[in-house]
Design a protein around this ligand. Sequence first.
Ligand code: SF4
Length: 193
Amino acid sequence: MRILLHICCGPCSLYPVKVLREQGHDISGYFYNPNIHPFREFERRAEALEQVSENLNLPVIWDESGYGLDIYMAKIGTELRPDKRCPVCYRIRLEKTAQTAARMGVPAFSTTLLYSRYQRHDLMKKMASDIAARYDLEFFYEDFRQGWVEGIEMSRSMGIYRQPYCGCIFSEQERYAKRAERMRKRLSNESPS
Ligand code: SF4
């Protein structure tokens, strides 16, 4: 089956591409991630996927919108907490992947977000299946999390950049939450009373 595989980043694509090819599917990648900030991080992740594309001989469609901070912020509005913003973030990317698959005449789509241990699988599965039905497509679900360790080993052996946070500027802030709090306390203690 031809499948358009939404790719969130290079390292997360390695195991899903391997499994889908072993199952006999014809895979094209699709990079559309307006959630990745700041620009330098977006650039590094795009470069990592270029490396994967070359190593695996994987065709990749690069969405023409490019770096999408404005697209992402317009969609999430004031819903900044993870339980609010992450479902919106999934929807932005899954919807556009389905639109692109339909436009290309590809009958099915999937996503490398299903490789991540940190994403909400049940929610994504339901959301993507609903979107697929609207476009008369199939959403190809597979629990790629079982290849978590193998995927990490593959990315290390290829020397591919592995990102240290999920993608949005808020996840970058959350990554440093404890450090930021320690700094805040230190600086406030240094203030003249
Ligand atoms: S934490 Fe990840 S999934 Fe959630 S909004 Fe940010 S980039 Fe999207």
